[in-house]
Ligand binder design. Sequence first.
Ligand SMILES: [Ca+2]
Ligand SMILES: [Ca+2]
Ligand SMILES: [Ca+2]
Length: 244
Amino acid sequence: MTLLPRPLLSWPRLYRTVLSAALFAGLAASAQAQPMPPGGGPEDIQMEGRGLQVFVSPSGQPFRAKPGEPYPVAAWFAQADKDHDGKISHDEFQADAFAFFQMLDRNHDKYISSPENTFYENEVAPEITQIDPRIDQPTNFHADRDSDMQTDNDPTLGRYQKSIQGASQYGVIDEPQPIRGADANYDFRISVDEWTNATNQRFSVLDANGDGFITADELPKTPAQRALEAPKKGPGAKKKRFGW
Ligand SMILES: [Ca+2]
Ligand SMILES: [Ca+2]
Ligand SMILES: [Ca+2]
């Protein structure tokens, strides 16, 4: 933890707060009054069909837009950029992630438990449990053997690029399940420390030029966004990886 001075020192008040059960109860109570993530719940999904106009934030929060509206990465950016200076600072990024943690921690015990994760998958972001066939998947792509994305038990090691699944379909980070992905000690619950550490890692990934801010032009297009913008599936479809 001491190797991460910036987030902890620049976010001391909030961090100490989450370590204090008494104060946390107050925060949790205020979180209780907050609305669900923008875009609503599963009713909206059913109403709009399985749209590609979905963005899943680096913390796993879904944002949905209707056809013709701007791709909802803009909605997340506007939510996180609290001071409206056009860039997301580390503090803003942590605060945004922590607000979502509080939404998911429904019983306010400072952990996202397995049932709370199930609620997330079933009710908050059901899109991530399905594969959208309109999203291009890599085929027969010869990936580098030393790629960070591969693991030793990956049967396709060195042969195929892994498929795009879960939240990765709608996100700017290749993390299929951002809640479970934060469970560093695999005890099936996410502590505040685990969430903070995962959030720090996500910020580092997205702050491509390392200046301490995330700007819009640093964010890659999500696979769903690329599918939306592609004229049609086929050899002519462009696969832009960066830029909006
Ligand atoms: Ca800002
Ligand atoms: Ca909980
Ligand atoms: Ca854990």
